[in-house]
Design a protein around this ligand. Sequence first.
Ligand code: SME
Length: 154
Amino acid sequence: MGLGKELPYQRCRERITALCEGETDVIAKMASVVAVLHDGMAGFYWTGFYRVVDGKLVIGPYQGTVGCLRIEFGRGVCGTAAETGETQVVPDVHAFPGHIACDEKSRSEIVVPVRDASGGLIAVLDIDSDAKGTFDEFDREQLEVIVAEVFTAD
Ligand code: SME
């Protein structure tokens, strides 16, 4: 698990920490996290945030092909992560009931809930791959640590 991903994640975490140090603007931090991960991790075909706005998920900073603009809570992988508050690791998106195909090349996906310092859900981090089975428990662990450090820590 995590084979070959340790060093890229370590480098991404260092870059993200350095970039976001002292920054309070949430969009600036989201844009920086996306740019570093999309550039630094192999197989990240679509990398972006959906923000919680008036009880719905609305697209935020992202890199990759054009994403859907709005997603309802409970719909697709992103909506399921938002509704349950649990990271969703999906090895084969075609086997996930209700998966939203923004890009037909998407084959696997991980979606991590993002919380602020008071514990409120502010967004989800969505990463898609064009290969099956790209994401595993190591990705979950690393990405959960990154979003906690950047958005939840005081
Ligand atoms: N596939 C996602 C929708 C977002 S796009 O992949 C950018 C989902 O089912 O939530």
